[in-house]
Design a protein around this ligand. Structure first.
Ligand SMILES: Nc1ncnc2c1ncn2[C@@H]1O[C@H](COP(=O)(O)OP(=O)(O)OP(=O)(O)O)[C@@H](O)[C@H]1O
Ligand SMILES: [Mg+2]
Length: 409
């Protein structure tokens, strides 16, 4: 590890003024306790103020630890829409508890998520400081986290649905109301599509119903469209710079939001969408589905002049997505004055040693607290010490280890 890197690790990442905080302060994660979660029957992690590296063989349970942290941050899993697979086989209840410190006021906070499996369903129960929190909206944002998983790489090459979800996940962490807007939009869309397919009613009633749903879709969809395109505009320059930092300047990276109804360019999204929905009504009746709106939008990442999805190598694809995450982190820190918790799953595989070192230089500079997993801890390039803890995970057990292993997981 270079001496510059070591000295960077020693100093805390820069933060902007705490007075610019808009949605509460970030918790400094101190402790995690897990019971009957995935393959982890019981385990604890004590976190340092900066890097915690979870290392171990394939299938050991490293990603499961990140999933547990993500569950507390978002009340969701990044691997399953259903909570049932998160509860350890043969058990009926999983429990994840974190303790964190609100550094600005010096007060500790305890967040607990329980997953209770019955025959019919698995439900979640969330508690903050011993009090039950019924609404997800009241729980989100207490522990803010930015996640990178290898599945994010599929975003670049996969279907547009994955890219829209990728943007929405970023927005969920920035604006709580985005979650309810996305849910409301999906409901309205299903209703409009049902009417489009219904051949029983009179054309007049059908048109009235469609017009009603279009008002709602334009209003909620306009907000979704505006947030997503603003997000990419906000992140663009940081993303381009972060990519150049990891990969070099030979191929500039760009990203832009793509909507079927064109760029917003100062137009009011709600009005543009209302017109587009009305104009496409006849066409949609023939197709039996709604063909315009944010549920059909996409984003386009480019490397040089080429669309990255069919041009970028595996390593370049990884660098693009990681650059996006770094941009997200910088923007979040600017917004609240604190860097959110960064969760990086299997971060450096597929990066050559030079790119990997550049990535870690960027992380040391930009990240606040960061939990990462790897099967190859010798690639991590962070010295063990107060700022970087190495923790071994073996066959569903979490054990602290003193020094960074020299080779192998
Ligand atoms: N509900 C469950 N009950 C028991 N074990 C489970 C459950 N869900 C998943 N597992 C086990 O958890 C293990 C996977 O853990 P995880 O994905 O955290 O591994 P990992 O250490 O990240 O591995 P890799 O390096 O391959 O990514 C698998 O062995 C899987 O069988
Ligand atoms: Mg894993």
């Amino acid at each position: 590890m270079s001496s510059t890197l070591v000295s960077c690790v020693r100093s805390r990442a820069p933060t902007t003024s705490a007075s610019s905080c808009r949605c509460g302060s970030d918790l400094q994660l101190q402790h995690l306790s897990i019971r009957e979660f995935r393959n982890l029957s019981a385990g604890e992690v004590h976190f340092g103020p900066r890097f915690t590296v979870l290392h171990g063989h394939n299938g050991a349970g490293k990603t499961n630890v990140l999933e547990a942290l993500y569950l507390v941050a978002t009340l969701r899993s990044f691997r399953s829409a259903d909570f049932s697979p998160l509860v350890r086989q043969g058990q009926s209840e999983a429990r994840v508890e974190i303790t964190g410190l609100d550094a600005r006021v010096g007060i500790s906070s305890r967040l607990v998520v329980q997953l209770i499996r019955s025959e019919r369903q698995t439900r979640r129960v969330a508690q903050a400081d011993g009090k039950l929190v019924r609404s997800g909206l009241d729980f989100y944002g207490r522990l803010r986290a930015i996640l990178f998983t290898p599945e994010d790489l599929g975003v670049l090459r996969g279907a547009p649905t994955g890219r829209r979800q990728f943007l929405d996940r970023v927005l969920f962490a920035r604006e709580r109301t985005h979650i309810s807007d996305v849910q409301d939009y999906e409901k309205l869309l299903r209703s409009r599509n049902r009417v489009l397919r219904d051949e029983e009613g009179s054309p007049r009633t059908r048109d009235d119903l469609l017009a009603t749903y279009e008002v709602g879709l334009a209003e909620v969809g306009g907000r979704i469209w505006t947030r997503r395109s603003r997000l990419l505009t906000d992140l663009h320059d940081r993303f381009a710079a972060a990519f150049a930092g990891i990969h070099g300047r030979s191929l500039p990276a760009t990203v832009q939001y793509v909507s079927k109804v064109g760029a917003l360019d100062g137009r009011v999204a709600q009005e543009v969408l209302a017109d587009a929905l009305r104009d496409s009504r006849r066409h949609d009746l023939v197709r039996g589905t709604t063909t315009v709106g944010p549920h059909r939008d996409d984003f386009d990442m480019q490397l040089g002049e080429q669309t990255a999805s069919n041009f970028a190598s595996q390593g370049q694809a990884r660098a693009l997505i990681l650059a996006f995450k770094i941009a997200e982190l910088q923007a979040a820190r600017e917004l609240t004055g604190e860097a959110p918790l960064l969760l990086l799953d299997d971060v450096s595989s597929e990066l050559d040693p030079e790119r990997s070192a550049q990535l870690f230089t960027a992380l040391v500079r930009e990240a606040g607290q960061c939990v990462l997993t790897t099967t190859a801890p010798h690639f991590i390039g962070l010295e063990p010490g107060q700022d970087c803890r190495y923790i071994k995970v073996t066959g569903g057990r979490i054990e602290a280890s003193g020094a960074a292993p020299s080779n192998g997981p």
